[in-house]
Write a protein that binds this ligand. Structure first.
Ligand code: NFE
Ligand code: MG
Length: 557
């Protein structure tokens, strides 16, 4: 007998996501459906507007990956206008984008995903002295590590638990058998959970230094940047660097060691490829290291079927979106330049479940050459690794070695989580060099920040970058100097997509199939895998909330 489990809404994510799975009598997931229950109308709102305003508007897709839509939109316009931003602008964009990555990934691991691995309640029974010893196994000088500090953290937690007002820690699945860390490891990571609240603030401040504000920086324009005074001011650059040091220290002495610590207890899941999914990985490439984008920190390309021996060069023409199972009209696989966004909501079935055979999500289904692809940190590390990128290879090999895992263990939920930590270090370690590059360029006499440009009568362009959650593309068509068509294909659309015309599942869906759930009343394993992608529904879509009263419907707060 199969049984259906509905998780709606999935929380500790941005936006509204519903997951339905069918489990067999052994509690193993046999099928899965991912539904985005809100619709984003911004692509429609953009029609008829000045292309130069699109960046500020599209940035409002989301307040989490704030900035990236701004950058993608500005890049799309620059492509359509036929211009290039000056070197200083390219570097400044990297500085804002780099800070976004480090801040966003730290927040994800601790605040959105950590509690799928860490049992906070168990941390209460830890011996603080032993916790110090455990933390030191993964780092010589772990962040904020002392028996006194850990005891204070326990005291704080106990107050929470005793009051019965768990706040952000309520409604989790404490005590679930899928939690594998000993109390001391739980205490170390919980302690960093609290530290990370402060640290992410520092990352947001870095974004504001060159972005004017955060969320939603406002210092980019088509052709360049406007933060001219900040760029030329040693004090401002110092403020940025000072904060970077803080973030770097946290990544080195908390984030990376904590992921290694967790990996040592969840190793088997990596080796068993729990949560692997479609095993096709796609990147557009990101962080331009020269003005032509020939050299990028993250290489672009496609790895198919987990074959690390081959990277397929990206052909942009092979990117399409389908709506066979999405609440839109149309039946073709359209390239984003031709993309349409015409809603057609067909609701749930008579049991209030998703109509899995028909339309069941506001997300479209992006495909590359007809394939569902995973995008994001794991895709970037895998494409980089398979491309033989020396920096990525060194970091990935080093981390896997420290965790005692083979490269193939990357194809898993654990691998996805480890890849995010690895790339955080990769980016954090580059940023200082970019600051020096900026200073040197200015010192050499180049103070240009903007390339003059006008809106063309007509044209088209695309901006392709790597947002923290993965490959991000904006496609714009201009006619009579205004926007004729605009399509954003975002990371969470790729990863959270429903089935396509051929019936192929999207990456979230595929990643769930085959997973065993220890306790059907607490589908922790579903959350762990879904959260490992760091879903952002706001980026992917917007509005409507179908309710469910189905057996085992979970509201996870
Ligand atoms: Ni709203 Fe986003 C990122 C984009 S979508 S978080 O990163 O683009 O997955
Ligand atoms: Mg779209």
């Amino acid at each position: 007998m199969s049984q259906r489990i509905v998780v709606d809404p999935v929380t500790r994510i941005e936006g509204h996501l519903r997951i339905e799975v069918e489990v067999d009598s052994n509690n193993v997931i046999k099928d899965a459906w991912s539904s985005m229950t809100m619709w984003r109308g911004i692509e429609v709102i953009l029609k008829g507007r000045d292309p130069r305003d699109a960046g500020l508007i599209t940035q409002r897709f989301c307040g989490v990956c704030t900035y990236v839509h701004y950058e993608a939109s500005i890049m799309a316009c620059e492509d359509a206008f036929g211009i290039k931003p000056p070197t200083n602008a390219r570097i400044i964009r990297n500085l804002i984008h780099g800070a976004q990555y480090v801040y966003d990934h730290i927040m994800h691991f601790y605040h959105l995903h950590g509690l799928d691995w860490v049992d906070i309640v168990s941390a209460l029974s830890a011996d603080p002295e032993k916790a110090v010893a455990i933390a030191r196994k993964y780092c010589d000088e772990p962040y904020n590590c002392s028996a006194t500090h850990y005891a204070a953290v326990q005291k704080r937690l106990k107050k929470f638990v005793d009051s019965g007002r768990l706040g952000p820690f309520a409604n989790a699945y404490w005590g679930n058998p899928s939690y594998k860390l000993p109390p001391e490891a739980n205490l170390v990571i919980t302690s960093h959970y609290l530290d990370a609240l402060e640290v992410s603030k520092t990352g947001a401040q870095m974004m504001a230094i060159f972005g004017g504000k955060n969320p939603h920086p406002q210092s980019l324009v088509v052709g360049g940047v406007t933060c001219v005074m900040d760029m030329l001011e040693a004090e401002r650059i110092g403020q940025y660097l000072y904060r970077l040091k803080d973030l770097q220290r946290f990544v080195e002495t908390a984030y990376i060691p904590d992921v290694l610590l967790a990996a040592s207890y969840y190793k088997d899941e990596g080796l068993a490829h729990v949560g692997a999914g479609v095993k096709n990985y796609l990147t557009y490439g990101g962080f331009w290291l020269d003005d032509d984008g020939k050299n990028m920190l993250f290489p672009r390309g496609v790895v198919k079927g987990g074959d690390l021996s081959r990277v397929i060069p990206l052909d942009e023409n092979k990117i399409t979106e389908e709506v066979a199972h999405s609440w839109y009209t149309g039946s073709d696989a359209l390239h984003p330049y031709e993309g349409k966004t015409e809603p057609s909501y067909t609701g749930l079935d008579k049991n209030n479940n998703l109509k899995g055979e028909e339309k069941y999500s506001w997300s479209k289904a992006p495909r590359y050459d007809g394939m569902p692809c995973e995008v994001g940190p794991l895709a970037r590390m895998i494409v980089g690794y398979a491309s033989g990128d020396p920096a990525i290879k060194k970091l990935v090999d080093g981390t896997l070695q420290a965790a005692g895992l083979p490269a193939t263990a990357l194809f898993s939920t654990l691998g996805r989580t480890a890849a995010r930590a690895i790339e955080t270090k990769l980016v954090a370690d580059q940023i200082e060099g970019w600051v020096m590059e900026l200073v040197q360029n200015i010192k050499a006499g180049d103070t240009r920040t903007w390339t003059r440009c006008d809106v063309p009568e007509s044209g088209q362009g695309r901006g392709m970058t790597e947002a923290p959650r993965g490959a991000l593309g904006h496609w714009i068509r201009i006619k009579n100097k205004v926007i004729e068509n605009y399509q954003a294909v975002v990371p969470s659309t790729w990863n959270g997509s429903p089935r396509d015309r051929a019936g192929q599942r999207g990456p979230y869906e595929e990643a769930l199939v085959g997973t065993k759930i220890a306790n059907l009343d607490q589908p922790l394993e579903i959350l762990r895998t879904i959260h490992s992608f760091d879903p952002c529904m706001a980026c992917a879509v917007h509005i409507i909330d179908p309710r469910s009263d189905k057996v085992r419907a979970f509201k996870v707060l």
